[in-house]
Design a protein around this ligand. Structure first.
Ligand code: F6R
Length: 634
């Protein structure tokens, strides 16, 4: 994870770095730092300033404001701690012993221990606990050897040193390096971690993600795996991992808004929850135009052949995206009749199931950058490619909110959920967008496989078209209701969420939302599983939130809720109003909709209740402790 920014040009670098880092804070906010090099002629030429601060970016901004950081060349970093506590001494940039070379890096250097031992044997002393610190020391060593060989300080020398050092690093990383002796050169490199170069007016920038560039330029050059680049005020030199010079035309960045503001909302998360009717409306207008038939009920960007010859689906995802995948699996199996399995991407990587022919593999990742999901997809593609029988050939689909992200470059077929950038670390509107993508896929597969009648297909399409307006009412109502209920959770330490069938993943999602932003311990269970152990946890201090939507298992869920009530648990229902649901101590009412589309509604009270509980406790809802929006390490 972590976010890196670098800039070289004619303007002061520090404000640009801070602005870029602000857009990347979603990648980590344990500490931040920057290094600038003064390139002006005169006394200060070649003076490096390095400022680092533990905690959020505001601390670094205050430090820079107070102490200054001069120079037109610089690198910056916002950190999500992997190796070493989130303290100032572990914050980036890290420097070599002479403090001439500074490095920011994201990702993990897997062989850092070996490299560190080697350097220590040679007399290098380390001042941090990070894996990164080996890099400036190794670069310094290379530079020193080149000087002994008679080379003069130059950008080309720094480039050569970084190329040599990169070849020694194992793991997935992106890095940016400055050397105070060369105040007109910056070297960047990437391996299995995103890095993009931005071509601005009179300046070049480099960043881990597009929002950090979007405020400065729309012309970008995404770096490819293994590439190293030398940036000077005059231009970009790009090299592949073998050191061969590469030429590539830049691309135009589209569809990325510079970070939206919070409008009048207290937090981004609340704003994004309120944007869900819009997300649904946009999705419906793009994919469910009224003139579609039961034979082709959804406008997706795929040829007919995409839907043919598929006997199984497997879905790889993490966190909230995995919960969307579980709802998707229910729809694909129960509505469209395709056997479907869902895997934690991190588990799949090291214990994939035996290959089955004619399988569609779907990766779900809102950021498009989750390391485990990308690696699992790559591994699956490779082992299928290696199979002699074409029936096993890879068929891949990515579902993402970032059509310009790594998954879009890795996977041939992409469904862009188009929810607009999501800033709150807890995923909300992108979850809804992922669910809608699965509704679209289930409809298309059901139509192509003839597993549902035309009436059933048109019925579900029709219900989906009504979702945006129904959501609008629901979000408003539950915002108020959840705010009223939140104080009842002021002392709560544990919460149980129950759901069944298509709403079991929503119970998991409710528990995850609550955990990550309020730090209350929460578990989601299939309601029928309670009596097999978890029921022992219940007492009057443990609220139980039960999702009970009319359908196949409605009565069963109500009985399971009664079992909890009999153990004196406080019982909250997420269910339609009516005599059946009077058993609940408090009701979070849902509209009367079909069981198929109920998750699109039942998730809203989960999001809003979690939000208001956390906000009532005065917590940092948008940037909860220990988390980051984009998990780019394994
Ligand atoms: C929870 C949350 C995380 C992400 C997970 C996967 O609110 O946001 O659990 O869902 O880290 O991220 P993506 O979808 O970007 O692959």
């Amino acid at each position: 994870m972590c976010g890196i920014v670098a800039v070289i040009g004619s303007r002061e670098a520090a404000p640009l770095l801070l602005e870029g880092l602000k857009q990347l804070e979603y990648r980590g906010y344990d500490s931040a730092g920057l290094a600038t090099v003064a390139s002006s002629l005169g006394d200060s030429k070649g003076v490096m300033t390095c400022q680092r601060a533990a905690g959020k970016l505001v601390n670094l901004s205050a430090l820079v404001e107070e102490k200054g950081a001069a120079g037109n060349l610089g690198i910056g970093h916002t950190r999500w701690a992997t190796h070493g506590k989130p303290e100032e001494r572990n914050a980036h940039p890290h420097r070599d012993q002479s403090a001439e070379i500074a490095v920011v890096q994201n990702g993990i250097i897997e062989n850092y221990r070996l490299l560190k031992e080697e350097l220590q044997r040679e007399g290098v002393s380390f001042v941090s606990d990070t894996d990164t610190e080996v890099i400036p020391h190794l670069i310094a060593k290379e530079v020193h050897e080149m000087k002994l060989g008679g080379r003069n300080d130059s950008g080309a020398m720094l480039l050569a040193a970084v190329q040599k050092v990169s070849a020694r690093l194992a793991g997935a990383y992106a890095l940016a390096v400055v050397w105070s002796r060369i105040p007109d050169a910056l070297v960047v490199a990437r391996r299995q971690a995103p890095l993009l170069i931005g071509l601005g007016e009179g300046e070049f920038l480099c960043a881990s993600d597009t929002p950090a560039l979007a405020g400065f330029t729309r012309t970008i050059l995404p770096m490819e795996d293994g590439e190293v680049a030398l940036l000077t005020p005059l231009g970009i030199e790009l090299y592949d991992s073998q050191g061969n010079r590469k030429q590539r035309s830049p691309e135009l960045l589209s569809g990325i808004d510079h970070l939206a503001d919070k409008r009048n909302f207290r937090h981004y998360m609340l704003k994004e929850i309120h944007e869900q009717p819009e997300t649904a409306e946009l999705w419906v207008s793009r994919h469910l135009p009224a003139d579609l038939s039961a034979r082709t009920p959804v406008a997706f960007p795929f040829e007919d052949s995409f839907y043919q010859g598929i006997d199984r689906v497997q879905i790889l995802a993490c966190g909230t995206s995995r919960h969307a995948a579980l709802v998707g699996a229910h729809l694909l199996e129960q509505f469209a009749g395709i056997p479907t399995s869902v895997f934690y991407a991190s588990e799949f990587r090291y214990a994939p199931p035996p290959l089955v022919p004619h399988t569609l593999t779907i990766g779900v990742t809102q950021s498009g950058e989750t390391a485990d999901t990308l690696a699992a997809l790559l591994m699956e593609a490779n082992r299928r490619d290696a199979h002699v029988d074409k029936a096993y050939a890879p068929r891949l689909l990515g579902i993402t909110n970032r059509s310009e992200s790594s998954i879009a470059r890795q996977v041939p077929n992409i469904l862009d959920i188009g929810a607009g950038i999501e800033i709150g670390v807890a995923a909300t509107k992108t979850f809804l967008g992922q669910l809608l993508s699965f509704y679209g896929l289930a409809l298309m597969f059901a139509a192509r496989r003839r597993s549902r009648s035309d009436e059933e297909i048109m019925q579900l399409s029709c219900e989906l078209r009504a979702v945006p307006n129904q959501l609008r009412l629901l979000v408003k109502k539950h915002d108020r209701l959840s705010e009223e209920l939140a104080p009842r959770f002021a002392e709560t330490q544990d919460v149980i969420f129950l759901g069944r069938g298509i709403n079991y993943p929503i119970a998991l999602e409710g528990a995850l939302k609550l955990k990550e932003i309020s730090y209350i311990h929460a578990e989601g269970y299939p309601a029928g599983e309670m009596k097999h152990g978890p029921i022992a946890l219940l007492d009057p201090r443990v609220p139980v939130i039960s999702i009970a939507t009319p359908g196949k298992v409605f009565d069963k869920v109500l009985s399971n809720a009664q079992e909890a009530k009999a153990r004196d648990a406080q019982l909250f229902g997420v269910a339609p109003e009516g005599p059946d649901t009077e058993i609940f101590d408090a009701l979070l009412p849902l509209p009367e909709v079909s069981e198929w589309i109920s998750p699109l509604f039942s998730v809203v009270p989960m999001q809003l209740l979690s939000y208001h509980i956390a906000a009532h406790r005065g917590l940092d809802v948008d940037q909860p402790r220990n988390l980051a929006k984009s998990v780019t390490v394994e």
